[in-house]
Design a protein around this ligand. Structure first.
Ligand SMILES: [Zn+2]
Ligand SMILES: [Zn+2]
Length: 154
């Protein structure tokens, strides 16, 4: 589970609407996708509206949106971004790399107990933890999966 800012969804939306320039377009593109795009994918989509915007500008604005609590970054070999700020888990397909939102009970009693035990045993001050699911998506599970070309950066 990642930390969710204590802002209401409406407050976040309102803050998003006050943005101007590339940052607003970046946020709109991100909110229009549930594919957890990479910075490169966001850049491709933003360029349809701002043809001269650079990847560096898009990347910097993604980072600012994350710092402002308007977007989340999913760490990994290629950082992916998410404008869905409701508490949720992620499922990653190990074959095609697709990331899907997964609802579920976010307060996991066993995970909480584990966290407390680890903290007590090690003296580490644990601020949060994350639960991630991995496996194969429906397309990659299908018998004809060999014909489905893996999509590494949606
Ligand atoms: Zn897949
Ligand atoms: Zn997500």
């Amino acid at each position: 589970m990642r930390t969710i800012p204590k802002n209401s969804d409406a407050a976040l939306r309102a803050r998003g609407l006050r943005l101007t320039g590339p940052r607003r377009v970046v946020l709109e593109v991100l909110r229009g996708s549930d594919a957890h795009p990479t910075a490169e994918s966001v850049h491709r989509l933003v360029r349809r509206r701002l043809p001269r915007v650079s990847l560096g500008t898009v990347y910097r604005n993604l980072r600012l949106l994350v710092a402002e609590g308007l977007a989340a970054e999913i760490p990994g070999p290629h950082a992916r971004f998410d404008a869905n700020m409701d508490a949720h888990h992620h499922f990653t397909c190990v074959r095609c790399g697709r990331i899907v939102d997964v609802d579920g009970p976010l307060a996991e009693p066993h995970a909480e107990a584990l966290r407390v035990r680890i903290a007590a045993r090690t003296g580490l001050a644990i601020t949060h933890h994350r639960i991630e699911f991995f496996g194969r998506c429906p397309q990659c599970r299908a018998p004809r999966a060999r014909l489905h070309r893996p999509r590494r950066s949606p």
